[in-house]
Design a protein around this ligand. Structure first.
Ligand SMILES: Cc1cc2nc3c(=O)[nH]c(=O)nc-3n(C[C@H](O)[C@H](O)[C@H](O)COP(=O)(O)OP(=O)(O)OC[C@H]3O[C@@H](n4cnc5c(N)ncnc54)[C@H](O)[C@@H]3O)c2cc1C
Length: 364
């Protein structure tokens, strides 16, 4: 049986919920389909010590400010899950879960057909808000399959104790761990492990810490200034990327100031026992954690044939250039400046839903 609706939103994380808020305000008929069994999107799977890099007041979706977490300037991931859970109940958002979208197709009548693991929906427009957490990226480094130790990606990391419990490190503590990646996840996980393991932190270029007094508030201001500059046709300032890569959240700052976060350059290959640098120097390792980022989770859009050069779907704002019924939201600056943040996703979500409302009104 095929069910019909105005708009299908794919993904019920923060981006999908912000979209739902605006669709509700516009009075459109819609559903949100989310593959997770519970609310909270990727935040449900974050490692234990992860805290936001902005205070609650700078981490809010449209309409409902995030409450302050008692005793924490920077809320933890559990607090975000609680906030998102409350948000979707508060606005009565029609989230269906767990429902995984397996393919979006053009239907014969010009609408879009959304195939899921539990039935089919037909919609006048689709907003894809599936995030990136579900597509971890690992670089092609020679010898990766030769390494006999354990390899993990950021998405599998929990905390030092659980990590020790995986059986790859000595039960009595210690063990040799290589953390790869000079972004926020690499720095935070390296800081987490720096006290209890023999840590080698490897980054492609020397780590670029943001000034200690810069947190998500300043980042948001810079992203906003960039958006304004681009809107007004001024030169691109590069936004937050020009400030650095790593927000010096308190645990990172402490480990860095204790001299525990010294980075080594990227190695050229792995062998059975560890990593090998270009000059032949080796570092034996029990485990390698790849904090090497993510790619947008877009395989469900493959039937639309929209991927252009370098695998990217061309967008104008959030709208897919070659499929005006499709919007993409929350994947990074290419789907709206700061759209991959809690505070930044509201504006592109509003713009996307307005465009869709116009499209639906024009067809009525
Ligand atoms: C380490 C880290 C730290 C971060 N720190 C901050 C921070 O401090 N402040 C901040 O604002 N942002 C931060 N972010 C960025 C951002 O807030 C998160 O990445 C956020 O989870 C993105 O939300 P989303 O809704 O776009 O995607 P997600 O949270 O990933 O939600 C997408 C949802 O779509 C579902 N889905 C995926 N594929 C399908 C499918 N085919 N069918 C149906 N459902 C599907 C998923 O199961 C998921 O529930 C951080 C990100 C990371 C990785």
């Amino acid at each position: 049986m095929t069910r019909r609706t105005g708009v299908v939103v794919i993904g019920g994380g923060q981006s999908g919920l912000a979209t739902g808020y605006h669709l509700r305000r516009l009075g459109l008929d819609f559903v949100i389909l989310d593959a997770q069994p519970a609310p909270g999107g990727a935040w449900q799977h974050a490692w234990d010590s992860l805290h936001l890099f902005s205070p609650a007041a700078y981490s809010s979706l449209p309409g409902r400010p995030m409450p302050v977490q008692a005793g924490e300037t920077y809320p933890d991931a559990g607090h975000v899950v609680g906030y998102l859970t409350e948000y979707e109940h508060r606005y009565g958002l029609p989230v269906h879960r767990p429902v995984r979208v397996v393919g979006v197709h053009r239907a014969g009548d010009g609408s879009l057909r959304v195939e899921t693991d539990s039935g089919t929906w037909q919609a006048q427009a689709v907003i894809s808000a599936t995030g990136t957490w579900w597509r971890p990226f690992l670089p092609a480094v020679p010898g990766r399959s030769d390494f006999r130790g354990r390899q993990l990606h950021t998405v599998e990391y929990r905390d030092p104790r659980h990590f020790g419990g995986l059986g790859v490190l000595p039960a009595e503590g210690g063990g040799r761990v290589v953390v790869v990646g000079g972004g926020n996840s690499g720095a935070q996980i390296a800081a987490d492990l720096a006290y209890d393991t023999e840590l080698t932190w490897v980054t492609q270029r020397p780590p670029r810490f943001l000034a200690d007094d810069i947190d998500g508030r300043a980042l948001f201001d810079v992203a906003t200034a960039r958006r304004r500059a681009l809107d007004e046709g001024r030169t691109d300032t590069e936004g937050v990327a020009s400030l650095g890569d790593i927000v010096a959240v308190p645990p990172v700052r402490e480990a860095r100031d204790a001299g525990l976060l010294k980075a080594s350059p990227m190695f050229v290959r792995l062998d059975r026992d560890g990593i090998v640098w270009a000059d032949g120097t080796r570092a034996p390792a029990d485990a390698v954690i790849w904090c090497t980022g993510f790619r947008p989770a877009l395989s469900h859009l493959a039937p639309l044939g929209l991927r252009g050069r370098r695998g990217r779907i061309a967008t104008a704002g959030t709208r897919a250039v070659d499929e005006p019924r499709l919007h993409l939201l929350g994947y990074g600056d290419w789907t709206g400046p700061a759209s991959a943040t809690l505070i930044g996703v509201g504006r592109p979500a509003r713009d996307a839903t307005r465009e869709i409302a116009e499209l639906i009104a024009a067809e009525a």
